[in-house]
Design a protein around this ligand. Structure first.
Ligand SMILES: NC(=O)c1ccc[n+]([C@@H]2O[C@H](COP(=O)([O-])OP(=O)(O)OC[C@H]3O[C@@H](n4cnc5c(N)ncnc54)[C@H](OP(=O)(O)O)[C@@H]3O)[C@@H](O)[C@H]2O)c1
Length: 262
């Protein structure tokens, strides 16, 4: 049985990755902060899929939390073949609304943890000439939308860079860029998403299925669904200042809440 480490594995996209990998027969290491919820998720996955599931309670906004996961990823004799860097969150408010400490915490989870965990996991995969890393970014990576978008743009560029440098090594890399997905993300960030049209929403299990299909096809970036593929290709060709103004109006669907991002 191969082992997959999934961060942010107790809710939303991370839980969907955990279910899919378990149903494909992978053993799992589930990472998140809430230890009780981790235990409940692990028990459910063991019972449903009959795979081995470890839990690792760690806050990826802290050095100690990142170090604990690094240690598990590089533990001798306990190979990890799949890493899903998924843990993440949104801050309510636009630039200058969110305290800089919150923005720094976001960079720690979305960038530093992704860099450090990938660095810990890949040498073993390269030695065994097999494995893959999925970095969960966002369509926001293509939009001029503050720290959240910038952190996700970093994840996309980082993934593309390592994929290119490690081509032929047997290790594959994917940056996953979903649009709005029904998860706990928006409620946790205090964002009101009630004004979004139904067609804007994606299903977490379908997003994960699309990501793994794209990975199997050898793609480095996955944008699930035709509508978001069109949105990303538009965003790539429209000047940021112009797109920023339009996206600012379209994306901030509750005028009382600035900074709604997914
Ligand atoms: N939902 C969307 O519309 C959307 C769109 C594009 C991209 N994304 C990205 O998808 C990823 C997953 O988001 P989601 O929508 O599935 O969110 P979610 O439903 O809120 O789940 C977030 C998960 O991450 C964990 N987590 C949060 N902060 C953490 C930390 N500091 N250390 C360790 N674990 C942490 C949470 O568990 P604990 O609270 O127990 O730690 C939870 O398991 C994020 O990177 C997000 O930016 C989401």
């Amino acid at each position: 049985m191969t082992t997959s480490v999934v961060t942010g594995a107790t809710a939303g996209l991370g839980a969907a990755f955990a279910r899919r990998l378990a149903s494909d027969g992978h053993g799992l290491v589930l990472v998140a902060r809430d230890a009780e919820r981790l235990e409940r998720s692990a028990a459910d996955l063991r019972e449903r899929y009959g795979v081995e599931v470890e839990v690792l309670a760690a806050d990826l906004a802290t050095d100690a939390g990142i170090a604990a996961v690094e240690e598990r990823l590089s533990a001798p004799g306990r190979p990890v073949d799949v890493l899903v860097n998924n843990a993440g969150f949104g801050n309510r408010g636009a630039f200058l609304d969110a305290p800089v400490e919150d923005e720094l915490r976001m960079l720690k989870v979305h960038c530093e943890a992704v860099l450090r965990l990938t660095t810990a996991a890949v040498p073993g995969m390269r030695e065994r000439r097999r494995g893959f890393v999925v970095n969960v970014a966002s369509v926001a990576a293509y939009l001029p939308r503050g720290t959240y978008a910038a952190s996700k743009a970093w994840a996309v560029r980082f993934t593309e860079g390592v994929a290119s440098e490690l081509r032929g090594s047997g290790v594959r890399f994917l940056a996953l860029c979903p649009g709005f997905v029904r998860t706990e993300f928006h409620a946790r960030a205090g964002m009101d998403s009630s004004g979004l049209p139904p067609w804007a929403w994606l299903d977490a299990d379908e997003v994960v299925a699309a990501a793994l299909r794209d990975l199997a096809r050898g793609r480095t970036v996955s944008v699930p669904s035709a509508r978001y593929k069109v949105a990303v290709s538009l965003a790539r060709h429209v000047p940021p200042a112009l797109f920023g103004a339009a996206a600012g109006r379209a994306g901030r669907f509750d005028p009382k809440l600035r900074g709604t991002r997914g």
